[in-house]
Design a protein around this ligand. Structure first.
Ligand code: OAD
Length: 243
């Protein structure tokens, strides 16, 4: 792929970069996306599996679905797109990754300056005591799993109708309002509040770069759109920048 010279210059000299990722960045690692042809929301109803109401009415069903997804994630490895994003953290003096993904693959690739704004699929929260911990058993021994106090554990992820963690949202908003380059990778840009981030970046003066295999609402406001697979485009782009 040919890259515009101004894009290469922009990414080569930038001091502060925020990267926002969605499930498309993990697609080439074998983790299903949510929307699109074979997306999870084509086969399952979010209302039945990813809301607090679904969990109260059938916690076992919700946990079975999460246990299945944890099984997929357990086998997945970071792909070249994750690896470039981890290298970006080492390259840019001021860097922040905001991911909507709960699969933990960015951390496996080496990112540390990151906000998992929808939580992490390996973390659980006691519904009574509200404390969180990692639970790596896969498959789970008992469904639904319980806390030592006897109450149910739930996945520590953000479900539809729930607020995003205040601290993570504040870190993300501050980073976005102060960055020179805002790069989105593999997100449909339709789930709020993350869907408002590209506009926030643009109105704060950042250049917006979007990498996606299809057009999205972000395409129309992006300064640079690179269409194709993240696992192919990002390594090529990164070679052009560093080379
Ligand atoms: P989506 O499934 O909505 O969108 C995935 C995006 O990635 C689409 O725009 C695809 O075109 C693109 N894509 C797929 N494969 C790609 C590839 N190899 N390279 C580049 N792009 C690719 O996923 P998200 O935007 O992450 O929330 O969805 C946002 C939120 O909606 C999720 O965090 C989840 C979901 O419902 C909750 O569960 C709360």
């Amino acid at each position: 792929m040919e890259f515009r010279e101004d894009l290469i210059d922009l990414l080569r000299v930038a001091g502060s970069v925020v990267v926002v990722t969605g499930s498309g960045v993990s697609a080439e690692s074998g983790v299903p996306t949510f929307r699109g042809g074979d997306g999870l929301w084509r086969r399952y109803r979010a209302e039945d599996l990813a809301t607090p109401q679904a969990f109260s009415s059938d916690p076992a069903l919700v946990w079975e679905w999460y246990d299945w997804r944890r099984g997929i994630v357990a086998k997945a490895k970071p792909n070249p797109a994750h690896e470039v994003i981890a290298d970006m953290e080492r390259y840019y003096p001021d860097f922040l990754l905001v991911t909507q993904n709960v699969d933990g693959l960015h951390r496996k690739a080496g990112n540390e300056r990151m906000v998992e704004i929808h939580g992490n699929i390996w973390r659980v929260r006691c519904v009574a005591e509200l404390d969180e911990r990692f639970l790596y058993d896969n498959p789970l021994e008992v469904i639904p799993p319980k806390c030592e106090c006897g109450s149910l554990l739930r996945p520590a992820v953000v479900w539809f109708g729930e607020s995003l963690p205040f601290e993570g949202l504040t870190t993300a908003s501050e980073g976005i309002q102060n960055c020179e380059v805002f790069l989105t990778v593999g997100t449909s840009g339709v789930v709020y509040p993350v869907a408002s981030f590209p506009m926030l970046a643009k109105s704060s003066g950042a250049s917006v770069v979007d990498i996606n295999k299809d057009a999205t609402p972000i395409t129309s406001i992006a300064d640079h759109t690179l269409m194709g697979k993240a696992g192919e485009i990002l390594p090529e782009l990164w070679r052009a920048i560093k080379g």
